[in-house]
Ligand binder design. Structure first.
Ligand code: HEC
Ligand code: HEC
Length: 287
């Protein structure tokens, strides 16, 4: 047995002990995602310069055939109900100013096309990157006189899903040249590689070193973010990105930071860059 193989076996043994299940090797499925026979999704692409992996592979390839089929058919994709709900919210007047999102942004299929693919984005006034959720709250407070959504409120997830869905099929690409985006990327990278928790695992341990392996019934992907918010069959609900981050951190048995905290926003900037060039799949279907 060569050294690399031995190292993999050692970590597999460790992970299976720590996580209480078997760890087996496997690979991403050889398949193509075309939604409704029309929209071709880039699920494999060359990684950007400086990326530790050569090829980026969407989490879709790591799911079962049944789960993959659900995402390929928008009539069957349960996440599409949240897109519909998002469209309703978009057109609903709320708050003291008597406005809806549509009052200012009109037809989302035109004005929001590409927006979801380019977030997080530098927000000069706030002096930090904004994701779609923070931008929605900003518009609700400043432009509508409405209350910001609480983290993971059903309407926050539906509206975020609706906005991201307007970029379906478009490649993820964020601008690191504005404001202090590069510093946030650096900070996010540090978070990604820092081992935490009783299990002493970093994001990179699972998603970079051991993607393709099975942990319990889960097939480890590269942890790409292009499908978020995603519909998770296990939870029968939409799962936001920060909820997923927190779940993954909790699995290492570490304390997790609050949603939208600087540390998770930095992580979002960095991990979104890691998914550069993959198509937006929102709402992706995962297990
Ligand atoms: C009174 C007008 C107004 C209302 C109402 C409003 N917005 Fe905005 N919104 C703006 C302005 C102004 C900007 C910043 C300029 C821009 O980027 O278009 C903006 C920016 C945005 C952006 C970022 C666009 C980009 O290209 O980066 C998103 C996303 C957004 N709004 C979503 C919403 C949503 C969702 C609602 C309803 C909850 C909403 N807005 C309500 C005026 C409004
Ligand atoms: C103990 C291993 C482990 C660690 C450590 C871990 N994850 Fe995960 N993660 C998983 C598993 C298992 C899944 C579900 C299957 C999959 O897509 O990999 C997952 C899924 C994800 C997904 C969703 C992928 C998709 O296609 O929907 C993202 C994003 C993600 N993780 C990011 C992270 C980040 C960021 C960190 C570090 C804070 C992290 N993970 C740490 C095991 C881990």
């Amino acid at each position: 047995m060569d050294t690399k193989r031995m190292a993999i076996c050692a970590i597999s043994g460790f992970l299976s002990l720590a996580l209480g299940g078997t760890v087996m090797a496997g690979g991403p499925a050889d398949d193509k995602l075309v939604i409704d026979g029309e929209i071709e999704i880039i699920t494999r692409t060359a990684a950007p310069d400086g990326h530790p992996l050569g090829e980026l592979i969407s989490g879709w390839h790591y799911r079962t055939e049944e789960t993959r089929a659900l995402e390929a058919d928008s009539f069957q994709n349960p996440g599409m109900l949240y897109v519909e709900r998002g469209a309703e919210i978009w057109n609903t007047v709320e708050g003291d100013a008597g406005k809806s999102c549509a009052s200012c942004h009109e037809d989302a299929s035109e004005t929001m096309k590409g927006v979801g693919a380019s977030y997080p984005k530098w927000n000069e006034a706030a002096g930090k990157p904004f994701n779609i959720e923070l931008q929605i709250n900003e518009c609700r407070e400043a432009n509508m006189g409405a209350k910001p959504y609480k983290f993971d409120a059903a309407d926050q997830k539906a509206l975020t899903t609706y906005i991201k869905h307007q970029s379906l099929g478009m490649p993820v690409g964020i601008d690191l040249s504005t404001g202090a985006m590069q510093e946030w990327w650096d900070k996010g990278k540090e978070v990604y590689y820092t081992r935490t928790g009783q299990l002493n695992l970093a994001c990179a341990t699972c998603h970079e070193g051991y993607n393709g392996m099975f942990i319990r019934a889960d097939h480890l992907s590269q942890g790409n973010v292009n499908g978020f918010p995603t519909y998770r069959l296990k939870q029968a609900d939409m799962v936001s990105l920060h909820n997923r981050f927190r779940g993954c951190i909790r699995d290492t048995r570490a304390e997790f930071p609050p949603a939208f905290s600087d540390s998770l926003m930095a992580l979002e900037v960095y991990v979104t860059w890691r998914s550069s060039g993959l198509s937006v799949e929102t709402p992706a279907v995962r297990q």
